[in-house]
Write a protein that binds this ligand. Sequence first.
Ligand SMILES: [Zn+2]
Length: 286
Amino acid sequence: MTLATVLAPAGAALLSLAFLAAVFVPLERALPARPAQRVLRAGLAIDALFFAGQYLVWNAVAVHVIDLTRPLLASRLATSLPVPVLVVLAVLLGDLVVYWFHRASHAWEPLWRFHAVHHTATELDWVAAHREHPVDGVLTQVCMNAPAILLGVPPAVLGGIVAFRAVWAVLIHANVRVPLGPLGWLFGSPALHHFHHVKGRAVTHNFANLGPWLDWLFGTHHAPEVGVSGETYPLGVEEPWPRGYLAQLVHPFVLLARSLSAPSRSGAGSPAPSTRARSSSSTRAP
Ligand SMILES: [Zn+2]
């Protein structure tokens, strides 16, 4: 291992940090969805650690896992379709697979334990977008990219798709209120995704990754009403959750171990909070 291979992720992290900060800090100041939210908010340091962990460690793990799946998937359906057609198919099918993985993450307790980490953010901004358990993150990346690998999308093109998805994921978590206009037919807005993070209600809406069409198709689309003063509903999860970075990484495994060792007492196999709430909540479940 050379010094260059050790320093490359750090360089990529710093470059990404500089790029994202240059784009989103002014955007959040100019068009805030929650104008009263402070830049130096609670939990910012934890989210910065998630950002660092993702760039320095977990992104490389995701790439490695995807590389391991490549021999299983590649060439199975590889076609000679033109690259633009392949890109459209890969994006649409990647969205379809990850939509159902995301729904499963809210409905099935073992997956919810890892996905819950992402939902523990009580204030959203461009840094909070990186709050994600690595197990959730790696599985999401595999689901999202499997169709592209199956279809034989060239790696360089796939890299471009991954980068675009990553920037859009940051945008939809950012504390911004941007009217997308006709673009909203193609891409989900921050307002839609912020409402996916609502606290205290059944999360049964806005699961789509990039475009809102899957939520329309499967009846889970919900556009929240936002008043002139911006978004006011609370964000986060109701269940108790540790706040520290390492504690958040470990906690899902602790819960899983507990449920495996005492299934009858801990409610192993019970649905995730969103599903439990669904039966008793009057929240619209579109
Ligand atoms: Zn979610």
